[in-house]
Design a protein around this ligand. Structure first.
Ligand code: KG4
Ligand code: ZN
Length: 464
């Protein structure tokens, strides 16, 4: 396993300050040495508290002329799906700027994300979004310590736009670059808003493409307690909203949440997914089918927007929305209950459950999960809605966390060709699966392109 990972590690160039440097990384260190920007690549606070003793002698000189963690200023760029986002964050957690450009028109037109269109939309606004983030922070790229960018998971076409921009900027200004895992960023942004949040903790990450229940042991070290075997909850919200003729311009979730407030959540008895599977995995494909059938039996025409529906029609749609939401979230509640039990067996000291990702901006979701967490004597940490949906702050902050552990790449060449083949990870698991939690209800879509972030980091640590 380790040997099969070594080539991946050298491509990743995640290097950790440790006594001996693996061969695959030494070339990267050589490139680092002559850089005139060495002082900006250092992070006094974290290195001194966590890993100074593990610093290699060949690395040490780079960390002597140190800046403190608080003085780091990192630009985060996020383009993994439909939002083009950038933000500048300081090492002390201060958000200096945050800019998000959403593809409202495209979402409304196509009722979802069309990769090629999304790529074009990202390309059109990326320069402007990044510039605005710098301007709002009253900085130029010269003032940055590093650039962090999402490299996966997500849509390749879209990821490429952000990565190209990040590398161009980092190359021009000789800045280190940090490749970020999108779901780790959703998780770690909780540590920016809740400074007391220490490892280990649990996280439920719920977005358009992912449903993850994880135990976060340490930075970069995650155990996956559960994942979806088909669709993620955000996808189910989006499809249900589309079939109910709702306004899709902000994606389906917010519109469905609003309509559900008018409906009777008990009116339609959708069955809760995966009742018979005593694990922590999720499934939303069956619920989607149930919703579709209900829409058909209530004679709802998705072509008629909700704004033009008769009052009786609107009432039926609201009932479906509320009933869907109740069951979709009940599924989360049941899985979280079990995951807390499992996580406590592994790490009895956990105190927090983080809930993040776009769907975590939903007030009903937050309230129901708060109930679960209180029942289990834990604390809920849920970032504010703007930091739950895709944003650049989470990317910048995760960049800061890794940068302070010495995990970053050297600046790309200033003259890197536009056709350079970037290291993108459209399908990239976050952690290793919890062995005892393996489900018989396995997805056929488990083929991996990349080893998980955790396995890469663990392998690089063991090699040193
Ligand atoms: O994390 P995110 O912004 O992007 C992805 O990584 O996918 O999550 C987007 C998902 C979409 O499916 C969207 O409908 C859902 O989050 N979402 C919501 C709400 N706001 C966004 N779902 C339910 N209620 C909301 N208020
Ligand atoms: Zn996301």
């Amino acid at each position: 396993m380790l040997s099969s990972l070594s080539s991946t590690i050298s491509r990743l160039n995640l290097f950790c300050p440790k006594p001996s440097i693996p061969h695959s990384l030494s070339s990267c260190l050589k490139t680092l040495k002559p850089q005139p920007i060495i002082p900006r690549w250092s992070c006094l606070h974290s290195l001194s508290t966590h890993s100074t003793s593990r610093l290699s002698t060949s690395l040490k000189p780079q960390f002597d002329a140190l800046v403190s963690k608080d003085d780091l200023v990192v630009l985060g760029i996020e383009t993994s799906c439909d939002d083009t986002a950038a933000a500048v964050v300081r090492g002390n957690g201060e958000i200096l700027s945050q800019v998000v450009s959403s593809q409202a028109d495209l979402l409304a037109k196509y009722g979802g994300v069309a990769p090629k269109m999304a790529e074009e939309a990202h390309s059109q606004v990326i320069d402007q979004v990044v510039q605005e983030a710098l301007d709002k922070a009253n900085l130029t790229a010269r003032n940055l310590s590093a650039v962090a960018v999402t490299i996966g998971p997500g849509l390749s076409l879209c990821l490429r736009v952000g990565v190209r921009k990040a590398r161009k900027l980092a190359g021009s200004f000789n800045l280190p670059i940090i490749g970020i895992h999108h779901m780790e960023a959703h998780c770690l942004v909780a540590r920016l808003i809740e400074r007391e949040l220490e490892f280990p903790f649990m996280a439920l990450l719920i977005s358009g493409g992912h449903n993850l229940l994880i135990l976060a042991h340490d930075l970069g070290h995650y155990i996956q307690l559960g994942t979806t075997i088909d669709d993620a909850i955000g996808e189910a919200y989006d499809k249900t909203a589309k079939w109910l003729g709702l306004d899709m311009s902000r994606s389906g979730g917010p519109a469905l949440e609003e309509l559900a407030q008018e409906g009777d959540a008990e009116s339609i008895k959708f069955s809760t997914p995966m009742k018979q599977h005593r694990d922590c995995n999720f499934s939303y494909a069956g619920l989607k089918t149930q919703v579709r059938l209900a829409i058909g039996s209530h004679n709802i025409n998705p072509e008629i927007p909700i704004s033009s529906a008769s009052s009786q029609d609107r009432r039926s749609r609201a009932d479906i929305a509320a009933s869907f939401q109740r069951v979709a979230v009940l599924h989360l509640e049941e899985r979280c209950d079990r995951a807390i039990e499992w996580a406590r067996k592994i790490e009895p000291s956990i105190k927090h459950l983080v809930v993040s990702g776009g769907v975590a901006s939903n007030q009903y979701v937050r309230a129901r999960l708060d109930h679960v967490v209180k029942k289990n004597n834990l604390q809920l940490v849920c970032p504010p809605p703007k930091l739950c949906t895709d944003n650049g702050v989470m990317v910048a902050w995760t960049g800061i966390e890794h940068f302070c552990m010495g995990r970053f790449d050297p600046p790309p060449p200033a003259d890197e060709h536009e056709d350079y083949v970037y290291d993108l990870r459209p399908r990239w698991p976050l952690g290793e699966e919890y062995a005892e939690g393996r489900s018989e209800a396995r997805s056929l879509r488990t083929a991996r392109i990349h080893p998980s972030l955790t396995s890469i980091i663990q392998a690089s640590l063991q090699q040193q």
